[in-house]
Design a protein around this ligand. Structure first.
Ligand SMILES: [Zn+2]
Length: 579
């Protein structure tokens, strides 16, 4: 953990314009810089970088963040790496995190411990590989050289129940179980999880060992065995091979997602270095988001059999809402019985890459699958086809793409004029709850003002009296949390907009802050003093309402509240708090 005070310093010293300009061409326009958004496809710039506010905002897709966030989102760096990168650029040294409480100290020690344990285990497996002619023979048989084995740090877990005892003299230590290396059976008997397997270390984006995948040598079940979920390893987030593939992904502008470790390693051996694998789980939105940020094109490779097509369909469903026009998602189906590993060994790089280039686009795959279930030669079949397609089209991301696909589908069903209706979405409820009723407007207006001011000028959080705000509003709850974060931070009076983004990075209000900052940046142009004056006035109005005014107001509000439950909550939680 890096102290907030350091992040604040760093964000004050770094210039976000320099950082973004390393990757995106920007032009000065008034006080801000504009460019083509790197997060969605566009022809006229709506991506804006504010040197005063030290954040970027895209008016097209809503992308929003500070310099740290940009490196994470665009360059695909991990959190700590992004901070290190920025710090190096301005000559700052990232401090080692110092635990403040015994609990923090224990947690730090435990984590350092677990990473250390994993590292030691990897070294052990790698040394064991050198001692095992059988394992070496197996890898050679698959066409792998020592060089590629070293690059992926492949090892071998020896046959035997407690092989790891050699490296861990205290085999009974709880960290071995916590890391998933050792299993505790009935009656407390302990034994190695991985035995007689080729070991593929799974690395975090920072390059630390967080898990292992083990492939059985010869026959045996299960063929592939993964580390369980541990404090270090969350399967739905991680992909195998990303550290090794990152450069090639950038160079090729493409990332290929395969099903197994062996596929990744074999492809790299044959010169296709931009492949990664999901880790024994179905594709998750986190996977897709992560990979789409790194590449211009995402290609999923699945086996051509029924199980492969099913997995592909899940990947399609997960990817649909995440689609952007300029980053195609494709599906590669190899001939039945082949996987990327066997295919590339048989046919070589060139033939394989031809297959990749010809992979079906997501919309082709979608239409093909939907057609299989509907006979387009009958009215019934065409009706079925249209209604089956509708929910997918409505979920589809991108701006032009859904329209184009809807047109094609409508035309196939011989109903070209129906295309717009396929896209019509039910209005989505806005994040805030019901819009305020007219009788509450005045009351809300004052509150709204307070919220606006604090979101726009974080240092004002020190002045806010939460007691005068309606505790039932979602915005008030968010504000209470944000005010808390600001007050607890190293120097609350100096929290900048960029730092507010940082403080709320892991909070569920991150989006709210992003939206509010952008809105207020454009519409609320007050100096710090003016804003403070406004806030004080507004708070005073909220505080010093006369009992008569209060009464008339609350009568109006109570009238405006729809249900008895709402009234009860209002009376109990809100009115009772007043003197
Ligand atoms: Zn954008």
């Amino acid at each position: 953990m890096i102290p907030d005070s350091f992040k604040q310093d760093l964000l004050n010293r770094v210039d976000i314009v320099d950082v973004v300009q390393r990757y995106v061409q920007l032009k000065k326009g008034g006080a801000n810089f504009m460019g083509l958004c790197p997060f969605h496809g566009e022809k006229t710039p709506s991506f804006t970088v504010s040197p005063a506010k030290q954040f970027y905002h895209c008016f097209g897709c809503g992308a929003h963040g500070n310099a740290i966030g940009f490196l994470i989102a665009y360059a695909g760096l991990g959190y700590v790496d992004a901070i290190k990168d920025l710090a190096a650029g301005v000559g700052m040294q990232v401090p080692e995190w110092q635990p403040r409480t015994p609990e923090e100290a224990a947690r730090k020690e435990r984590e350092t411990d677990l990473y250390g344990v994993m590292e030691q285990a990897m070294d052990f497996y790698r040394a064991e590989l050198k001692k095992s002619p059988r394992a070496i023979e197996y890898l050679k048989g698959r066409g792998l050289t020592g060089e590629i084995a070293a690059r992926f740090r492949i090892g071998y877990a020896p046959d035997g129940w407690q092989g790891l005892k050699v490296v861990f003299s205290d085999y009974s230590h709880s960290s071995l179980v916590e890391c998933g290396l050792v299993i505790e059976g009935e009656e407390g008997k302990r034994y190695d999880r991985f035995r007689d397997r080729v070991m593929f270390p799974i690395l975090s984006t920072r390059g630390a060992v967080i898990g292992f995948g083990g492939r059985v040598l010869g026959e045996g079940e299960p063929k592939y065995l993964n580390s369980p979920e541990t404090p270090l390893f969350e399967k739905g987030r991680e992909v195998y091979g990303l550290v090794q593939a990152r450069e090639a992904i950038h160079a090729a502008g493409r990332v290929l997602v395969v099903e197994g470790y062996m596929d990744v390693v074999a492809l790299a051996q044959f010169g296709v270095e931009y492949a990664v694998a999901t880790l024994g789980t179905a594709t998750t939105p986190i996977h897709v988001t992560k990979l789409l940020k790194l590449a211009d094109e995402l290609v999923f490779s699945f086996d051509g059999d029924a199980a492969g097509r099913k997995a592909a369909w899940r990947a399609l469903e997960v990817s649909l809402p995440l689609l952007v026009d300029h980053k195609p998602v494709r599906f590669l189906f190899l001939p039945e019985g082949d996987d990327p590993d066997t295919f590339i060994r048989k046919h070589g790089k060139e033939v394989f890459e031809k297959q990749v280039a010809a992979a079906k686009t997501l919309s082709e795959f979608l239409i093909d699958e939907l057609r299989q279930d509907a006979d387009l030669n009958s009215n019934e079949g065409r009706a079925k086809f249209l209604s089956a397609a509708k929910p997918y089209l409505q979920k589809m991301g991108g701006s032009q793409l859904p329209t184009l696909v809807a047109k094609e589908i409508a035309t196939l069903a011989r109903q070209p004029e129906e295309a717009p209706s396929l896209l019509a979405r039910a209005p989505t409820p806005y994040a805030r709850s019901a819009p305020p009723k007219p009788s509450m407007a005045r009351h809300f207006e004052l509150e709204e003002r307070v919220l606006t001011l604090v979101f726009a000028k974080p240092s004002l959080a020190l002045e806010v009296d939460l007691q005068v705000l309606n505790p039932e509003r979602d915005e008030t709850k968010a504000l209470a949390e944000i005010v808390g974060l600001i007050r607890q931070s190293a120097s609350p009076e100096a929290v900048s907009d960029a730092m507010l983004i940082e403080l709320t990075r892991d909070s569920e209000h991150h989006e709210l802050i992003a939206r509010a900052q952008a809105e207020f940046w454009m519409s609320l142009k007050l100096t710090a003093e003016e804003a403070l004056g406004e806030l004080k006035d507004t708070l005073a109005k909220l505080r010093t309402r006369t009992p008569e005014y209060e009464k008339s107001l609350s009568t109006k509000i109570l009238k405006g509240l729809a249900t008895a439950e709402e009234k009860r909550v209002y009376e109990e939680r809100f009115l009772s708090k007043r003197p």
